[in-house]
Ligand binder design. Structure first.
Ligand code: ADP
Ligand code: MG
Length: 253
């Protein structure tokens, strides 16, 4: 990729569900090493756009470029393999499995299709390498000592951090998070934000979809604000906070 070129470039992306324009001609760029927040009220189209970027849902029109390559038509597994790691808005951990086993699930994407199936077919030495990597990522996020605990027994805040660790096992260049702080208590949100800042310091680029303005404002370098499927504003947290259209969308005033 060209130096200074954006890592991710969303170009006039639209996504329609029948007559519903969930995302309408949205464009933005994300640069390596940045934490970019995608915010907006419920129904703004954030998750829909997130799903287009990550290949879960095809765009109706527009383009998504990643590291200089067109990834618009790739499926979720292919997008993941290119280095876009992700978590889901609703926790999809396997509660009856250990943290370590859950984290190992994150390793399926690199060169493999199918989640459980691929784990079942791993060679013994591959499994050992994946287990070691999963443990290393649990250590990195501060959950290493609980590796053999069942995921379902963790408080929600730690489950979200486990999801991040699981995504990290695939060694992503860009980490995408859809409302990782939803339902968390204040202290848990602060822990998550601190982790994401640390990961940025370690070279990770982050795209975070978030409804919680407070979390986002203290975390991100830049924000894209959506409302009603369209991009309403873009800028630093300070710029966005002052924007009258944003104030209207959030505060109705
Ligand atoms: P946000 O994540 O910002 O809350 P969403 O992207 O989930 O918003 O939703 C944007 C709009 O698209 C909403 O009106 C929602 O009902 C609609 N929508 C989302 N997914 C689908 C789908 N699979 N089929 C039909 N409509 C959908
Ligand atoms: Mg959403």
């Amino acid at each position: 990729p060209t130096p200074g070129a954006p890592l991710l470039e969303v170009q006039a992306v639209s996504k329609h569900f029948g007559g519903l324009r969930a995302v309408q001609e949205v464009s933005f760029q994300l640069h390596a090493g940045e934490i970019l927040g995608l915010i907006g009220p419920n129904g703004a189209g954030k998750s829909t756009l997130f799903n287009v970027i990550t290949g879960v849902n095809p765009a109706s029109s527009g383009r998504v470029q990643y590291a200089g390559n067109d990834i618009t038509r790739l499926g979720a597994a292919q997008v993941h393999r290119r280095g876009l790691g992700r978590t889901f808005q609703h926790v999809k951990l396997l509660p009856e499995l250990s943290l370590l086993d859950n984290a190992m699930m994150g390793g399926y994407a690199r060169g493999r299709a199918g989640l459980l199936r691929s784990l079942l077919h791993l060679e013994r030495h591959e499994e050992a390498a994946l287990r070691a990597e999963a443990q290393a990522q649990l250590d990195r996020v501060g959950l290493g000592a609980q590796a053999l605990t069942l995921a379902g027994s963790l408080p929600l805040g730690q489950q979200r951090i486990l999801e991040v660790a699981r995504a990290l096992v695939a060694d992503p260049t860009l980490l995408l998070l859809d409302e990782p702080a939803a339902g968390l208590r204040y202290g848990e949100k602060a822990d998550l934000a601190a982790l994401l800042r640390r990961l940025r310091g370690e070279g990770l680029t982050v795209l975070i979809v978030e409804h919680d303005m407070e979390l986002v404002m203290g975390l991100v370098d830049r924000l894209v604000v959506m409302a009603g499927g369209e991009k309403l504003a873009e800028g630093t947290p300070e710029e966005v906070r002052r924007d009258p259209q944003v104030r209207e969308a959030y505060l109705g005033a």
